[in-house]
Design a protein around this ligand. Sequence first.
Ligand code: FAD
Ligand code: SIN
Length: 531
Amino acid sequence: MNKNNFDVLIIGSGLAGLATALKLADDKSIGVVCKTQLAESSSHWAQGGVAAAISPEDPISSHINDTKNAGAGLCDEAITEFVAINSEKALDWLMNLGVNFTKNKQSDDLHLTREGGHSQMRIAHVADTTGKAIQEHLIKRILSHPNITVLEHHIAVDIITSDKMKIDMGGNTCLGAYVLNNNNHVETFTSNNIVLATGGASKVYLYTTNPDVSTGDGIAMGWRAGCKVANMEFVQFHPTCLFDEKDRSFLISETLRGEGAKLVLPSGETFMEKYDDRGDLAPRDIVARAIDYEMKQKGLECVYLDISDKPAGFIQKRFPMIYERCLDRGINITKEPIPVVPAAHYTCGGIMTDRAGKTNIKQLYAVGEVSYTGLHGANRLASNSLLECLVFSSTASSSILNNDFTHDHQLPKWDESRVTDADEEVLITHTWNELRRFMWNYVGIVRTNKRLSRALHRINMLRDEVGEFYKNFKISSNLIELRNLLQVAELIVLSSIERKESRGLHYSKDFPKPAKIAKNTILEPQNYKNQ
Ligand code: FAD
Ligand code: SIN
């Protein structure tokens, strides 16, 4: 068999990609490609935990209601129910793999904590390093499975479809992908199914809690291949990213507030009670906007999160990573408040899928943050993302196991005949910085029509420049990412312009109220062909 030929090619090694791979590997040959190392993903950095209504005092209906309340009228009812109902099973799957969730001291029950928007204690966690603990177990299994080939430092460039090859297959069908390998050559991969598990796009903003890999590649590749994309305007800003010149992307978990931490001004005064009855535990959109308002109104560089009234031993045991990382930066969180600012954290929109993770292109699936399943509505409820990865990795893998599609089309090689080596890589870095800065300033927590149209104008200019560069020079991972970031930025701005109201994470000064009827923003590539 050709080494680049798989039953299923999975693009991404976060929780979505690895869980899907493991659920398929006994029956299918699997290729997993990832941009850097297997371990580099948002999943690895997840702190808070996995939401699951497993306590006897917590009916599933309550998890459903909390998800819908946070989602501000846009959660898909059936999907929300489906995910909440399957949350216990998802957690069991992880525990069967050996993930050792934190237990209560007195009993053998899981210790459940709380985050913003949750009316109950329902977050299962492994201290404050939940993602790392989960990913380490999955990676061990992935590396020892005989049917799984792992290709690190391989970056997918584009999906190859029957439409692009002008083959009539009774509907656009995914046949393979171009992937830039670790020797800077583009290889052609042939596959009967492809799963996009590339995560979110928060690197399109200057300040983010996400690792460098979150450049929206899957959303951009899917869009270019013909996928419908929904609700891209709903970018979630996490209220509490560490404010530190040298450590700009470190998250301070919302579970600190779940365990009693308070947001305070430099004077020590609390403020969240002015904005919402739930105070510090209001949903994220409300808390991030409140912080943004306080900072702008008072001219502050940051606000503070204070947990120092809890016993030092408790803080060190419950939040070992946050304690150590802050101590490295000279902040002893058992004694003093932590400087925090909001930062881009999660992409609620993405490639539209059905319950089985299927996109509108045959044999192409999307699982995890890259997808729009309908679960998060206008604002994701905390700790519902890892859960979404687990639930839809199951439905997608069942769907793949139940379809017997195969193909033997010879896919074309990547054409490099008209390109030369790039002469000025610095152009890429400059454009990247410019894009992330104006997205932060013009398409951030508070938006206006004027700022959005300015952003769109700049994006169009930069897209033309980068498009020329892409046509004429050999591609590099930086160029691939920049091209994708520009595409995703455009989708965020176009969706924001379409939404003539404020709802959930999208707040516009020009339309400060929610519309009477809540609608999704669905963009279809065929309507934007000439852009
Ligand atoms: P990721 O985990 O981001 O993985 C993406 C993968 O795709 C990576 O392996 C990357 O290399 C690969 N990739 C991307 N593009 C390409 C390409 N072109 N070619 C090849 N490979 C590619 N959610 C919760 O539910 N609970 C939490 O406690 C929580 N805490 C969080 C804390 C932090 C700091 C962050 C950043 C997020 C947190 N989230 C949390 C959100 C959650 O972690 C993510 O939404 C989720 O892990 C996404 O998983 P994923 O598998 O879809 O993507
Ligand atoms: C956190 O721990 O605050 C992040 C949780 C999440 O994003 O769901």
